[in-house]
Design a protein around this ligand. Structure first.
Ligand code: G16
Ligand code: MG
Length: 222
């Protein structure tokens, strides 16, 4: 087919940000500083290591490299405790409809996530087998806003960048998609994701003919 779709995971397919928040908050509690949901916004789409750096900055805490590694491990263990309880009910509105539409149109789709836990999360919600390719935090050397994750996904879909549409909820992800020369679709607050080519509050808002229109638009691109 002519085009391919690349989905971000957290904030587009499922809302795991709330579990990241609980796990990071527990760490902040241990270090005796406040970590709010507003602070958590800064960690969306950002790698695990970078998230810890941002968190420690918020708390004005500086610690040894060893301690950092230990915190990363314990945060992830807490996070996995939440993930292991996830099921298909946590798939965000509009996901089933959109994936069904893509399946019927024969359009391939991949996952492009910063999370090292992406395959486990997809398995928990029963979507692991649906994706043509999964590119996650284990496959990249450079985190979003670097385009690496999406470029690898395009390669796995056997498509040039210009033929790929990225659905993203994070500023860093939109920046990565734009840098990759892909069509960027912001899911969430329009003002926050103002750099996106298209904006929708969630996947249920995507018009029926949206994909068809994009196919037409990209038809002239080799
Ligand atoms: C997700 C989240 C980020 C998280 C990152 C790494 O990215 O949005 O908040 O820090 O994955 O997750 P993990 O600690 O599981 O490797 P995405 O790209 O799916 O939105
Ligand atoms: Mg995201």
């Amino acid at each position: 087919n002519t085009i391919g779709v690349i989905f971000d995971l957290d904030g587009v397919i499922v809302d795991t940000a709330k579990y990241h928040y609980l796990a990071w908050k527990k760490l902040a509690d241990t270090l005796s500083f406040e970590f709010t949901e507003a602070h958590n916004e800064l960690l969306k789409g950002v790698s695990r290591v970078r998230s810890l750096e941002i968190l420690l900055n918020i708390g004005n805490v500086s610690i040894s490299e060893e301690k950092k590694q230990a915190f990363l491990t314990s945060k992830n263990e807490d996070y996995l405790g939440y993930i292991q309880k996830m099921n298909a009910d946590e798939i965000l509105p509009g996901v089933h409809d959109l994936l069904g539409k893509l399946d019927r149109a024969g359009i391939k789709y991949a996952l492009g996530s910063a999370s090292k836990n992406a395959p486990l999360i997809l398995k928990q919600v029963g979507l692991l087998e649906r994706f043509e390719a999964i590119v996650d935090g284990n496959d990249v050397t450079k985190a979003k806003p670097d385009p690496e994750v999406f470029l690898i996904a395009a390669k796995k879909l056997n498509l040039s960048s210009e033929k790929c549409i990225v659905f993203e909820d994070a500023i860093a992800g939109i920046e990565a998609a734009n840098k990759a020369n892909m069509v960027s679709v912001g899911i969430g607050d329009k003002d926050t994701l103002s750099e996106a080519d298209f904006n929708f509050n969630d996947l249920t808002e995507i018009p029926d003919n949206f994909i068809e229109e994009l196919i037409k638009e990209t038809e002239n691109i080799e």
